[in-house]
Ligand binder design. Structure first.
Ligand code: ZN
Length: 279
């Protein structure tokens, strides 16, 4: 028997033993019952018999699992640009390799157009140099090893406000196509508190050209939050923060058309929708 529970854009699949004997799994269906959209997080619950399971493989990447009351929960990040189609997740159960298939569906991403001053859309050599350095620093932070085994089910929204630009939006800046929006923009009054969505370590605190004042928090297991356009940063590099701790204030530093928080979430480098699992 297989039970599916829809949580936000994610299906939670619960595996139950179909007989009393160990490792007697339901055969895989012809078509997958597990769906996730581009940029989503697939949340799977392996039954109690999978106790001790610490990871699951998909897209050639090992994804973390965690013991929960109802079994072992595993999370798979599906990058924004993943080609839609059928994929396989696999895990070791003793000497056997267990598999399941899941379907990645095309995300319904909207188009977002912004108009900014010319020097914030076309860049001179000095600005390009800053931009590249910023991108490099961010890239390095996404792969920083941080201790911690975050429970993704507990992810909090870091600020109250209105979602002004959703995840995945195709951006046009002064009419020119740019890379898709890799986070969510939460518009709120300047000075609104930003809290840590999960506990973690501050792995980057910098003033960036386009992103403005930016904090990156590593939550462990390759889960990383990026917060940009901050008015003020209340924590510094190397600090450990508790879940819910105030870490910054919303602002409009860098390239911003009004005060808002840009919150990006990377999961083992995959660009995922921060709202995929928030409460
Ligand atoms: Zn943004």
């Amino acid at each position: 028997m297989i039970v599916c529970r829809y949580v936000m854009s994610v299906f939670t699949a619960v595996f139950l033993l179909c007989t009393g004997t160990a490792q007697a799994f339901e055969p895989l269906p012809e078509k997958s019952a597990y769906h996730v959209t581009q940029g989503g997080i697939l949340s799977l619950t392996l039954g109690k018999q999978a106790s001790g399971q610490s990871q699951i493989k998909a897209f050639d990447i090992d994804w973390p699992c965690r013991q929960k009351d109802d079994g072992v929960r595993c999370w798979i990040g599906v990058d924004l640009a993943t080609e839609p189609g059928l994929y396989t997740a696999s895990w070791q159960a003793g000497s056997a390799t267990k598999k399941l298939q899941f379907n990645v569906e095309k995300g319904d991403f909207r188009i977002s157009r912004i108009t900014v001053e010319k020097n914030m859309a076309t860049f001179d050599e000095a600005s390009l140099k800053r931009l590249r350095a910023d991108q490099q620093a961010l890239k390095q932070s996404y792969v920083r090893q941080v201790d911690g085994q975050p429970d993704l089910d507990l992810l909090l929204k870091p600020a109250e406000g209105v979602t002004s630009t959703p995840f995945g939006a195709q951006r046009y800046v002064n009419g020119e196509a740019r890379s898709p929006h890799s986070g969510v923009d939460i518009a709120a009054a300047e000075g609104t508190a930003v809290i840590a969505p999960l506990a973690g370590e501050v792995i980057l605190a910098a003033s960036m050209f386009l992103n403005g004042n930016t904090l990156v928090i590593g939550h462990g297991n390759g889960l990383v939050s990026v917060f940009s356009h901050l008015k003020q940063m209340d924590v510094k590099l190397g600090d450990y923060v508790r879940q819910g701790q105030v870490i910054a204030q919303i602002g409009q530093t860098g390239r911003a058309t009004g005060p808002h928080l840009h919150w990006g979430l990377r999961f083992r480098q995959a660009r995922v929708d921060p709202y995929a699992l928030t409460h």
